[in-house]
Design a protein around this ligand. Structure first.
Ligand SMILES: Cc1cc2nc3c(=O)[nH]c(=O)nc-3n(C[C@H](O)[C@H](O)[C@H](O)COP(=O)(O)OP(=O)(O)OC[C@H]3O[C@@H](n4cnc5c(N)ncnc54)[C@H](O)[C@@H]3O)c2cc1C
Length: 308
């Protein structure tokens, strides 16, 4: 089910819920310092902020993590490419579906899926691809998105209706990385700052929220109950079994999406057949009994295939 919430609006809504006792400072951080007692954050054009604990949630940004001596290890360089753009119907007043997930038609195209969904009064398209960023197809998609998509996904127009791309195609090249030497005095990394997420796997926000939940409900109250913020305290967060399980699942799903899309060995060819046959059967059942299809979808599936 699509709720059509733009990510920025989601963040703004969460910020609006902060209690009045929380001091909120917006600005670009130029440097951070961390130690066993007090942490310091330097913000461009504003006074420094000091605190007992520094939570670094800077996404894929590298610079501040390096300030506190934390490195990152590549798990998979250039794991995936993601494209985002807005579309409107061409030659009709509406699309055939308000939202659609359209899977790649041929393994050689390296297309996992194309998602259309309503967001912020327009139809947003997110395209998840396993190709090299230097591939001429990538340039063609940026220069001629509609034509390139129609050539690569010949059934798309019939399923969704004709469309016009109404803005520039944005793109993200994702490396899967994990922070190393992160058990440090005074600072903790969460979300993509700790481990990046493959957008195709759709696990980034769940992982981030798990980190936040574990910090708020378990670790920070314990850390604050005694003086100091030494690395020994911080280590408990990275060793948290629930956090580790979510991070592991993120890596598994990233590998799964990539192999399901482009691996050509016998095992993955068979797995692809089973995966998409199951989807087709459920789709047919859904047409005459949505409640039965929903029950079947709710049945436990192999762990790694549960989300997408
Ligand atoms: C196109 C696309 C689609 C995606 N789809 C999904 C999906 O369907 N489901 C899902 O779960 N995940 C999805 N993801 C992944 C998801 O967006 C990320 O995993 C998630 O946003 C990570 O949250 P984060 O807070 O760790 O990092 P971010 O959301 O990247 O936030 C980091 C923030 O820190 C700020 N920042 C960085 N450096 C500084 C600085 N020096 N000073 C001040 N601020 C700074 C940045 O501006 C940014 O606002 C998608 C990603 C992309 C690119």
């Amino acid at each position: 089910r699509h709720y059509g919430i733009v990510y920025d609006n989601l963040v703004a809504a969460m910020r609006a819920e902060l209690p009045k006792t929380v001091r909120f400072v917006a600005g670009r951080v130029s440097a951070v310092e961390a130690g066993p007692e007090r942490q310091r954050v330097s913000i461009i054009g504003q006074p420094d902020v000091t605190a007992r604990l520094l939570v670094l949630a800077t996404g894929m940004g590298d610079i501040l993590r390096r300030d506190v001596g934390i490195e990152r290890r590549f798990v998979h360089q250039r794991q995936s490419l993601t494209f985002g753009f807005n579309v409107r119907p061409a030659g009709a007043s509406a699309f055939k579906h308000p939202a659609l997930t359209y899977y790649g038609e041929r393994v050689s195209d390296g297309i996992d899926y194309l998602n259309f969904f309503p967001a912020g009064g327009v139809t947003r398209a997110n395209l998840f691809v396993f190709r090299e960023h230097t591939d001429p197809w990538v340039k063609a998609l940026r220069d001629r998105p509609r034509e390139t998509l129609i050539e690569t996904l010949p059934g798309l127009l019939k399923t969704f209706g004709d469309f016009e791309v109404i803005d520039r195609v944005s793109s993200w090249l994702t490396d899967i990385t994990v922070a190393e030497n992160c058990k440090r005095d005074g600072v903790v990394l969460i979300g993509d700052a700790y481990q990046t997420s493959c957008p195709a796997a759709g696990t980034g926000v769940s992982r981030l929220l798990t980190d936040v939940e574990r910090l708020c409900m378990v670790h920070v109250p314990q850390w604050m109950a005694s003086p100091g913020m030494a690395a020994a305290k911080i280590a408990a967060f990275y060793d948290d079994p629930m956090k580790q399980a979510m991070d592991e699942r993120g890596l598994e799903l990233a590998n799964f999406r990539r192999s399901l899309t482009i691996d050509t060995d016998l095992r993955w060819r068979a797995r692809r057949q089973v995966h998409f046959s199951r989807r087709r059967i459920l789709h047919e059942i859904d047409k005459f009994s949505p409640s039965f299809a929903a029950r079947l979808r709710g049945l436990k599936r192999p762990q790694v295939e549960a989300v997408t």
